[in-house]
Design a protein around this ligand. Structure first.
Ligand SMILES: [Zn+2]
Length: 400
């Protein structure tokens, strides 16, 4: 249990655990802005606003309901979801102030990083010398919370969160269940200074990763939207062709009845309306995936590096650094140098380590160990001064 931050309302660990990501964001943001936020029940909060927000939003208090299933609202209450009126209001204000929520996890006592790494990572066809242990330290992971809207036809909406290690960078989806299990405590640990990183660049890379992972779904979505559009256009065309034909027939009959007369405008008006509705159908089915970022969390996790010197026939071929998460008591599986997916088992293959899938599939480079470096390093030194094996490019663990 951590010390409570000055303005943080009494939220016990249990309540924190059960909260949804948007709820965490909203409560944390309002608290940081000086509101007094009190829990009223599950997914139900009452926020007494500070003067500036009270003035901006023209209300003294906000009762926020995060339960979308709830049928009725309490007096003065508002549904809070990333796309609701109250939600958009929170997002807009938070973005203006550049709000980032910060959390940390605490190391469990007696975690044997060396033993965990030894059990968790299997290396083939390369020898390892006795591993060295780095100092326990915190590293920052970044959680990006987004709403995905698939536009075109009847829209679909998804909440997706990503957990990113800015050092790689490496990316993964972050499920609400995983976040709950992470036992996060408010704020960074005392005195902790995170390594600087470019938040905007990291978000841009995360968005690019997301687009890549979502591409198969986006392609299916585009196809569905196009089919829907063609169907609606066909219906529309049939309707107007029939109407115009009817109009012509009617005019012909009238002409026969009473000779030359008015109303040449009707057909033109129909054509105009047809064109307008065709355009509306095209717009409605225009497929697009909209990504809205609504929350950023920075999480300091206690980690310890375990570095294995690697040798081949007695000759050094570099090192493999593995991290152990001291709060979870688990090995953080390193990314494969070839594909970037994380793995627990590697083979020495063509002068580098490779995962099961990439084994034997990499283009042959120089003979093993010639450059004395295992996974082609970027020269970045670990905090303990040892040479850190690089992080692989664009890690990707799970599909979308
Ligand atoms: Zn691989």
């Amino acid at each position: 249990m951590s010390e409570k931050r000055d303005a943080v309302p009494a939220i016990d660990a249990e309540a924190t655990d059960g909260r949804t990501p948007f709820e965490v964001f909203a409560v944390d943001f309002l608290t940081a802005r000086g509101a007094v936020v009190e829990p009223k029940g599950p997914l139900d909060w009452d926020a007494t606003l500070p003067p500036d927000l009270a003035k901006k939003w023209r209300r003294q208090a906000y009762r926020l309901i995060f339960d979308s299933e709830r049928a009725t609202l309490p007096r003065g209450g508002a549904f809070a979801a990333p796309g609701s009126f109250a939600g958009l209001r929170l997002l807009e204000t938070a973005r203006g102030a550049g709000h980032v929520a910060r959390f940390h996890a605490e190391a469990k006592p007696g975690v044997d990083a060396r033993a965990l790494a030894g059990e968790g990572i299997v290396l083939h066809d390369v020898d390892t010398a006795k591993p060295t242990l780095g100092e326990p330290r915190h590293v920052v992971l970044v959680g990006f919370h987004t709403t995905l809207t698939f536009q075109g036809g009847s829209p679909e909406q998804d909440l997706r969160s990503m957990l990113v290690d800015p050092r790689g960078p490496s990316f993964d989806f972050w499920e609400p269940e995983e976040r709950r299990r992470a036992e996060l405590l408010p704020d960074f640990p005392q005195g902790f200074e995170p390594a600087p990183y470019d938040r905007i660049a990291l978000w841009a890379e995360t968005e690019a990763w997301l687009a890549r992972v979502l591409e198969p779904r986006a392609a299916r979505w585009r196809k569905k939207a196009e089919e829907g559009r063609e169907k609606d256009l066909l219906r529309l065309n049939t309707f107007y062709q029939t109407r115009i034909q009817e109009e012509r027939d009617r005019r012909r009959r009238r002409k026969n009845d009473e000779g030359e007369s008015e109303e040449p405008a009707t057909e033109a008006a129909l054509k105009l309306e047809w064109g307008r509705r065709t355009k509306a159908v095209r717009n409605r089915y225009e497929p697009a995936v909209e990504v809205r970022l609504w929350g950023i969390e920075e999480i300091a996790r206690p980690r310890q590096a375990v570095t294995y010197p690697l040798t081949l026939k007695g000759k050094s071929v570099g090192a493999l650094e593995v991290e152990v998460d001291l709060a979870m008591g688990t090995v953080v599986r390193p990314p494969c140098p070839v594909c970037g997916r994380t793995a627990g088992e590697f083979w020495w293959d063509g002068g580098d380590l490779a995962c099961r899938r990439c084994r034997g599939r990499r283009p042959r480079k120089q003979a093993a160990g010639e450059d004395g470096k295992v996974p082609s390093g970027d020269g970045k030194a670990a905090t303990d001064g040892k040479t850190a094996p690089r992080k692989a490019p664009k890690a990707r663990r799970k599909g979308g």
